[in-house]
Design a binder for this molecule. Sequence first.
Ligand SMILES: NC(=O)c1ccc[n+]([C@@H]2O[C@H](COP(=O)([O-])OP(=O)(O)OC[C@H]3O[C@@H](n4cnc5c(N)ncnc54)[C@H](O)[C@@H]3O)[C@@H](O)[C@H]2O)c1
Length: 356
Amino acid sequence: MDKLRLGYVGCGFMAQRVHIPNFVSLPDCEVVALAELRPELGRKVQTRFGIPTLYRDHQELLADPDVQAVAMSAAFSVQGDLARDALQAGKDVFVEKPMAVSVPQADSILAAARRSGKKLMVGYMKRYDVGNELVKAKLDQFRTSGELGALTFARNHGFGGEWIAGLDIPVDTTDEPMPAVPPIGPDWLPERFLKPYVSYLQQYTHNVNLLRYFLDAGDDVGVRAVDLDEDGYSGVVVLDMAGTRVVLETGHISHHRWDEHTQVYFRDGWVKTWAPPLLLRQVPAEVEVYRAGGEQTFSRPIPQPGWTWSYKREAEHFVRCLRTGEPFRSSGEDTRTDVRIFEDIYRAYLAQLGSL
Ligand SMILES: NC(=O)c1ccc[n+]([C@@H]2O[C@H](COP(=O)([O-])OP(=O)(O)OC[C@H]3O[C@@H](n4cnc5c(N)ncnc54)[C@H](O)[C@@H]3O)[C@@H](O)[C@H]2O)c1
């Protein structure tokens, strides 16, 4: 089969440090074009990665019939519209999370995909971490066999910390100003809450998306309780995911690693996983299985293949699915739920503050 001919839109931090190097390294993918609004930056990145064509903006790139699929990363509120335009132009798309900052924006993107028949994958790299794949396999096993009793509870704790972990892939910069970012969000959200809403959404969409994957919850998710501080970020949210109570603990810590773990409880044990700092290459999530009962045991199964990077496996998945027709594990249709949940959390938060 011929290589997938990919165009990349945006030459920012994630593009240069993560996505372009990953796509360039895949044997069945060729990055044939780049688009960047900052021309000098675009030229530098084009030269560094030896990409044949540079376009001034995404629309120019989308008009190139040689580009089969497009990957993109840009400001939170911008990249969804770039994805919509790309789908409309008849390209398959990989877009960073969050796909959208409001449900109407998500729906306009999904409508463009339906009209063109093209596919959309969203960059939830945690679903491609082999440690998380092992957790999912263990949960499926325990839920089917019943060997640990009923599923009773799940929690995700995400206080952040140091996420770059010394990644030394260089980043080109210039003095060109960043393009303006339109302040968009849900139309019911008062403007003063836009910044904290987007900040909370863009961070914890990963955690909610991962929990939905672990619990096979699909769109069967409701918000039970919200207790957030004045920053609209730190606190506790209780969700119902397909009948299981799930707690999301959010906040900050100046941790030297990445303070995030997820634990799923059964009556007679648990499965727990610790996330690596996000950009720590070749280090998957760690996994622990605890079995209660007569002889109590802990095991720390090692994810296989070992020493892999979630973002690289995410890029491989995108290319493989386009070539085989396999569905994406983190599709645009699926992630609409994440966007809806964050609107629901903020509606509840604002109602408590008396600000709706
Ligand atoms: N998955 C993760 O763990 C993770 C981590 C960090 C950031 N992100 C996501 O990555 C995104 C940010 O990506 P980044 O760091 O590459 O962004 P960035 O803001 O550093 O750069 C975006 C680039 O896109 C360019 N651009 C904007 N509109 C364009 C257009 N119409 N045509 C061509 N170029 C255009 C800008 O000039 C800019 O250079 C955010 O959405 C964020 O949520 C994901």
